[in-house]
Design a protein around this ligand. Structure first.
Ligand code: TRP
Ligand code: SF4
Length: 364
């Protein structure tokens, strides 16, 4: 069972073998001008992405929905979702960004006042600073608790799902709180409400998420089918991305500060963290020259893989020269630290500006 609120890292392969997610590589060639995250296999799986490709090909309307749970600080691993939203914005999607404050309350005990502040000062500010223009007409940001359409739809949907099903999907028990039990159906409603008549009617919808969110996707697709007659819902499509590993080797997590580079870190802090990160290098320079490094085990390489957008050639060159022992970790780290510092210098400037308009996003 996959637990969307747990912290266990899960095998990406499991999603494909057990749950019927398809490898993204099979359709990569059909994507016109794919994003770097697609090309590099970071977006690794999908359900029904063909439907989105068809809408793009025919120039038809489609929606993208992906939420955020405002429960802590954003780290560079979270940046990936913004990069994907920018890409979908550039190809004309209508974008919905629910802020999951109801879920933050039921899963993390965070009150609405606190989650609103985190949403504005942390998430919305960073989304803007990372280049997503939230003032655009095709981009909608809302708090779950303030969207009556989403809440009403959730209640209607809840009429056709029972406890036994939720227990089978999420492992809920007799002592699960009612609020927690309700959170998934709110998320289902987040995903389906763009297809309501008043929002533009049935259309292909994509949900780009991490693999931990797949239980919600399966429930949503089931619910879409159950309510097809009433609302004409088209089953939503989804993509799944890998998560960048933490600096210390395990998972990158906001609750383990040493593992993460936070978007609010100063350029100096971010640079220092990179300089201390685990590499895939050998014990000695001599060994490195003879055997080459192991980029697959290297957080420095991973940082570049996820964040050095643009052409793949530069990345391939680093990969090759690491493997064949001509690139030494010292030099490689220096370059990466420089790249990261520059990125954070720009980001902190942009965030200062973004903070001034962030509050207005929820009012507009
Ligand atoms: N559950 C998601 C999380 O933990 C947040 C979320 C809320 C979401 N609504 C959504 C994700 C709709 C995708 C689509 O971060
Ligand atoms: Fe990592 Fe670069 Fe060292 Fe290779 S040379 S192991 S990519 S730091």
């Amino acid at each position: 069972m996959i637990d969307p609120w747990g912290s266990a890292s899960l095998e990406y392969q499991e999603l494909i073998e057990k749950f019927g997610v398809k490898p993204f590589s099979e359709i990569l060639d059909d994507v016109p001008d794919p994003s770097w995250l697609m090309r590099r296999g970071i977006v690794f799986g999908h359900r029904d992405y063909e439907r989105i490709l068809e809408a793009v090909r025919k120039g038809e309307d489609f929606a993208v929905v992906t939420g955020m749970m405002p429960s802590g600080k954003m780290h560079i691993g979270h940046k990936m979702i913004v990069d994907q939203l920018r890409w979908y914005d550039s190809i004309g999607a209508e974008i919905f960004i629910p802020i999951a404050n109801m879920e933050a309350y039921s899963a993390r005990g965070i009150d609405f006042e606190t989650s609103r502040r985190i949403a504005v000062e942390e998430y919305i500010a960073n989304y803007i600073a990372l280049g997503l223009d939230l003032s655009k007409k095709n981009i909608h940001v809302y708090l779950q608790s303030e969207n009556l359409m989403v809440e009403d739809l959730a209640y209607i949907l809840a009429g056709k799902v029972n406890f036994n099903e939720l227990r089978a999907i999420y492992g809920f028990t007799g002592s699960t709180s009612m609020a927690h039990m309700y959170a998934p159906i709110i998320q289902v409603s987040d995903i389906l409400h763009p297809q309501l008549e008043e929002m533009g009617g049935p259309r292909p919808t994509l949900v780009p998420v991490g693999p931990d969110q797949d239980p919600h996707i399966r429930l949503t697709r089931d619910m879409a089918a159950r309510f097809r007659e009433k609302f004409g819902f088209i089953q939503p499509s989804s993509t799944y991305h890998r998560f960048m590993r933490g600096l210390t080797g395990g998972k990158m997590s906001s609750s383990k500060p040493k593992s993460a580079i936070f978007l609010s870190d100063t350029p100096e802090e971010a640079e220092a963290k990179i300089r201390n990160a685990k590499t895939g290098g050998r014990e000695t320079l001599k060994e490195q020259r003879e055997l080459g490094g192991v980029p697959e085990d290297c957080i420095i390489y991973e940082t570049l893989l996820y964040h050095m957008s643009g052409r793949d050639d530069d990345l391939e060159e680093i990969y090759d020269s690491c493997r064949n022992g001509t690139l030494m970790c010292g030099e490689c780290k220096n370059n990466t630290a420089e790249f990261v510092r520059k990125f954070f210098e720009e980001l902190s400037e942009k965030r200062e500006k973004a903070l001034r308009v962030a509050e207005g996003v929820l009012e507009g």
